[in-house]
Design a protein around this ligand. Structure first.
Ligand code: IMP
Length: 202
């Protein structure tokens, strides 16, 4: 039997990705369909934000819930943009116009002095948390990482967010120069999804 979970996100792309990934096993409903407001992300770490999003949604819905939190970590910037990745340049979630471009412009500006590629190390991180119920004392936590470098300029047209400036030295392309299918071989989210699938579906 396919069990129903809630995904603590209002991002339709994310809901589609989760439903495709768990097809025939789990089915995800959006928080919007349950009349639950978009979750806050007030903490300093991805794992704390993901737990808070999942717990809030489980409390209101009474259903098993999954939440994720992800972002880009740049070593030269001591971990920034980190949990502020989505709103790095604008500091407000409501200003959506060209937000990705503004975030990338700011990041490239902050990295101007760093001319050596070896000094431009960064990684995408994704943490996924599954709560079987609101007071689940043993959440399932999954972590995925994708190592790369901040490119000197944006390249490619695929993807979203920081993809055009995230360069993977192994495949010698930015994340915006590869298809969604290829991205799912390497990406932080795909790795975290594959790990949590092994635990959720036995
Ligand atoms: P959230 O996990 O939906 O809160 O996403 C946080 C932010 O991290 C996004 O808005 C993007 O700016 C960035 N991000 C997370 N994953 C990716 C990715 O796969 N490519 C590009 N940017 C990403």
């Amino acid at each position: 039997m396919i069990s129903k979970w809630i995904l603590a996100s209002n991002n339709p792309g994310k809901v589609k990705e989760f439903n495709r990934f768990f097809r025939n096993y789990l089915e995800f409903e959006t928080i919007e369909s349950k009349g639950i407001q978009s979750p806050q992300e007030p903490h300093k770490t991805f794992v704390e934000n993901a737990i808070e999003k999942a717990r809030n949604t489980a409390r209101i819905s009474g259903s098993p819930t999954i939440a994720d939190d992800s972002g880009l970590i740049v070593d030269f910037l001591s971990g920034l943009p980190g949990v502020r990745s989505a709103r790095f340049a604008t500091s407000s979630k409501s200003i959506k116009v060209d937000q990705d471009k503004q975030n990338m412009d700011l990041l490239l500006e902050l990295m101007t002095a760093v001319r050596e590629e070896s000094q431009r190390t960064c990684r995408f991180v994704c943490v996924i948390v599954a709560l079987r119920c609101v007071d689940d004392p043993d959440p399932i936590i999954s972590h995925g990482v994708w190592e790369g470098r901040i490119n000197f300029e944006p390249k490619g047209t695929e993807g979203f967010g920081y993809d055009p400036i995230f360069y993977d030295p192994k495949i010698k392309k930015t994340a915006a120069q590869i298809s969604l299918e290829e991205k799912s071989k390497w990406s932080h989210r795909a790795k975290a999804l594959r790990k949590i699938k092994k635990v959720l579906i036995r």
